[in-house]
Design a protein around this ligand. Structure first.
Ligand code: GLU
Length: 461
């Protein structure tokens, strides 16, 4: 059975890159009727926090990326790692190393001076375990790396990757029996969880040969590997805060919809090779192909996310969209938020945009510059006339306001001369919904009040 895993370290919020790793693992497992597992890599006690673990779970759930089985936590598996460490020490595939930091630094310096790779030369690799156990000191545990052996693996995205063990050396696998390190715990867990495919970021390519070597030493079957390219900003540099936030929670908070986020993330490195750009999670499960994932960096383009999100917003039915917009809208007696959402849904890139766009609808008193009431070079008296005509029209009519306003506007010297002062009187803004939409939302009484205030404003100065 195909089994994949997402194995985050809970040292910070779930980021764009992490979510993409989770998504690709999820899609690959699901399209093969396999399992997608979640493993929390929390062996680094200082940097791991429960709150981040919770944050990762919550965000994956919000995005509908549900994992199979119970979550595994490395901090709960120390006894298991210890058994494997002891086994390796006993069969001589690992050994205790007593080198001090000073010694290692010196060795490194020397090697670099000689123009050689700074790879540890394994001073203690032949010290028998019995002797090591009698020796004083704080030894670490190193892997006894086979000498001069080519390790080749066929990355599903990048093809063959080859590295010689002489460039790896005897790497540390545990600080002591109770404190194993990443490459070791990862190898043990991938085996015990029967992971068939390891899909992760390209920063882990240097770890893969080490994990293969450990797996071979323990007679484990070796999983397949796929390494995803970096996510880059528009400037082609590694994605960072420069492009805005990289934390998924922030995107959700701003009102990017979960299916839009998923749709967008799927395209970071993958594309179907067709024009189709809008994909549901189920469609992604069907069409995603790990073989079509690109080797080169994926560009993070927020405009694309805005565009996709806008599509999802407009596709949603009005009741549901209104419900989703409520946290971003003010409340006021007499204002039906559904009407507000209807008037604004075409202008939203993300739900939080609606707050600023619609603030004027809920205000008791508008605050704007009188000059804004003037369309082009209108005189004050012309502005007043337009507003008075509009006031009377609205007073006398309850229905078909839009048509009536248009008819009236056509009588004026220009449509702008009639519509602009009215729209500004109603909104106090350079840009807003149309006058009829505003009247429909705030009601006749409030509209008349706003026009009267504008007239008073003109008279005052
Ligand atoms: N805990 C590692 C990380 O967050 C995951 C490594 C892996 O997927 O093997 O980068």
């Amino acid at each position: 059975m195909i089994k994949t895993r997402f194995a985050p370290s809970p040292t910070g919020p779930l980021h764009i890159g992490g979510l993409r790793t989770a998504l690709f693992n999820f899609l690959f497992a699901k399209q093969n009727k396999g399992e997608f597992l979640l493993r929390i890599e929390d062996t680094d006690k200082k940097r791991s926090e429960k709150k981040w673990e919770k944050e990762i779970f919550e965000n994956l759930e919000k995005l509908n990326l549900f994992w199979d089985n119970k979550v595994e936590r490395q901090s709960k598996r120390k006894e298991i790692y210890k058994i494997y460490l002891e086994k390796m020490l006993e069969n001589g595939t690992a050994y205790y190393c007593f080198c001090t930091k000073e010694e290692l630094d010196k060795e490194r310096e020397e090697l670099i001076k000689q123009g050689r790779a700074p790879v540890h030369q394994g001073k203690y690799r032949t010290l028998p375990l019995k002797e090591a156990l009698k020796k004083n000191g704080n030894p670490v545990i190193r892997f006894k790396c086979p000498l001069n052996k080519d390790i080749v693996f066929h990355d599903l995205i990048r093809g063959a990757i080859k590295i010689n063990t002489n460039d790896i050396g005897d790497f540390v696998i545990a600080k002591d029996l109770n404190n194993p390190l990443y490459n070791f715990t990862c190898t043990i867990d991938d085996y015990e969880m029967q992971i068939s495919h390891v899909i992760r970021g390209e920063e882990h390519i240097p770890n893969t040969p080490k994990q293969i070597l450990l797996g071979e030493a323990l007679n484990f079957p070796i999983p397949e590997f796929a390494h995803l390219s970096l996510i880059l900003g528009k400037d082609k540099r590694k994605l960072s805060k420069r492009e805005g936030s990289t934390a998924i929670a922030d995107y959700l908070k701003q009102g990017y919809l979960p299916p839009a986020i998923i749709n967008f993330i799927a395209f970071l490195g993958w594309n179907p090779g067709t024009d189709k750009e809008i994909y549901s999670l189920d469609e992604l499960i069907k069409d995603f192909s790990i073989k079509k994932v690109s080797k080169s960096g994926a560009i993070f383009n927020i405009d694309k996310l805005d565009w996709i999100n806008g599509m999802y917003i407009r596709k949603m039915n009005l009741d549901e969209l209104t419900q989703k917009c409520l946290p971003y809208l003010k409340q006021k007696k007499g204002i039906d938020n559904k009407k507000v959402v209807l008037a604004y849904k075409d202008r939203l890139k993300k739900l939080e945009d609606i707050t600023k766009l619609t603030d004027y609808l809920y205000q008791d008193k508008l605050n704007y510059n009188k000059e804004l009431l003037r369309w082009k070079d209108m005189q004050d008296r012309e502005v007043k006339k337009s507003l008075t005509d509009a006031l009377n029209l609205i007073k006398e009519n309850n229905e078909n306001i839009k048509e009536k306003l248009i008819k009236e506007a056509k009588k004026a010297s220009s449509i702008g001369n009639f519509m602009w002062p009215l729209r500004v009187a109603l909104s106090g803004k350079k840009a807003s919904a149309g006058p009829d939409e505003i009247i429909n939302i705030i009601g006749k009484e409030e509209s008349l009040k706003r026009i009267q205030s504008a007239l008073a404003f003109l008279t005052k100065s």
